[in-house]
Design a protein around this ligand. Structure first.
Ligand code: IPE
Ligand code: IPE
Ligand code: MG
Ligand code: MG
Ligand code: MG
Length: 305
């Protein structure tokens, strides 16, 4: 590994550790009567995830010269939303998965009703976290906390992630066009990744030009990330990916390998990675964060989980 790559990897680990530590105390106080809810929420939130979205938010903030500490509540909120989406995505009525992050899925452990409520709880807690931080900043934030919270609300909402999820479910067993497939991927996965990056930039008060460059980075990265996820489902091993391999083909899911073939999926993944790297370098942000964001795109191209 070159010195530059090593520094970038260390940057990712530094921010991931910060996120992991903050997630421990990020949930609101839950009444003791509702302890099962808290147990289920913590089970999913604290399971060993990659923490990609919160780290991206923090890196985008650093890239634009912002304060990491101020961005942490939003980073935790994005991870809460991501975890809620995973709990619901795994439900029998959705993808019907037994394994997540190498552990039994929420509904397998706690039952469906509790899993649904744990998802609802994490989504609500995310907004409590963000709006609480915004309220504490008061007028000092000059509208930045509100813009960041708006990005995240829109990204996970019905013109973002949820639109992608419904189209993903409706596409099961059908032949979908290339355009429809990209819509699904850009929404079910891309929208929250895009929102995380934009929220981090907004918190730092990024210029319109900077925001546009980082948005281009995030959009390329988001699509690349889901193509890699599809390839891992088709070619990876359950013990490596921490979720049941081969489920997409069995469910007739609309995936890049299914629609375009494995080779084309790999080529597209490379092309998008290069595009993401170029976009972040052209943004002209803080050098160390830029390097970490470029390195992250390359790492995700060849990820094994
Ligand atoms: C899984 O996301 C769901 C997708 C959008 C593909 P990740 O691969 O980031 O899952 P964790 O957070 O590391 O478990
Ligand atoms: C999940 O996509 C997207 C969201 C959870 C919003 P997938 O269904 O492909 O993710 P995995 O493979 O279950 O992690
Ligand atoms: Mg799914
Ligand atoms: Mg799934
Ligand atoms: Mg998948």
């Amino acid at each position: 590994m070159s010195e530059r790559a090593e520094a970038a990897a260390a940057d990712f680990e530094r921010l991931k550790a910060l996120v992991d530590a903050h997630l421990e105390t990020a949930l609101p106080e839950i009444p003791k009567e509702a302890w099962t809810l808290e147990e289920a929420m913590r089970y999913s939130l604290l399971a060993p995830g990659k923490r990609l979205r919160p780290v991206l938010l923090l890196l985008a903030c650093e890239c634009c010269g912002g304060e990491t500490e101020e961005a942490l509540p939003y980073a935790c909120a994005v991870e809460m939303i991501h975890c809620y989406s995973l709990i619901h995505d795994d439900l029998p009525a959705m993808d019907d998965d037994d394994l997540r992050r190498g552990r039994p899925t929420s509904h397998r452990v706690f039952g469906e009703a509790t899993a649904i409520l744990a998802g609802d709880g994490l989504l609500s807690a995310a907004f409590e976290r963000m709006l609480g931080a915004g309220a504490a900043a008061g007028a000092q934030g000059a509208g930045r906390p509100m813009r960041a919270a708006y990005e995240i609300a829109a990204g996970c909402g019905c013109a973002g992630m949820i639109a992608g999820q419904i189209c993903d479910i409706e596409a099961e067993g059908l032949t979908v066009s290339a355009g429809r497939l990209d819509f699904i991927h850009a929404h079910k996965t891309g929208a929250l990744i895009r929102a995380a990056v934009r929220a981090g930039a907004q918190l730092a008060g990024a210029s319109e030009e900077m925001l546009a460059q980082l948005t281009a980075y995030a959009e390329a990265l988001g699509l690349a990330f889901q193509i890699a996820d599809d390839l891992l489902d088709a070619e990876g091993r359950t013990q490596d990916i921490g979720k049941t391999a081969g489920k997409d083909a069995a469910a007739g899911k609309a995936t890049w390998p299914a629609v375009h073939g494995t080779e084309a999926a790999r080529a597209r993944l490379s092309e998008l990675t290069a595009r993401a790297e170029k976009a972040v370098r052209e943004a002209g942000g803080e050098p160390a964060a830029t390097e970490a964001m470029a390195a992250l795109a390359r790492t995700l191209e060849t990820r094994k989980r």
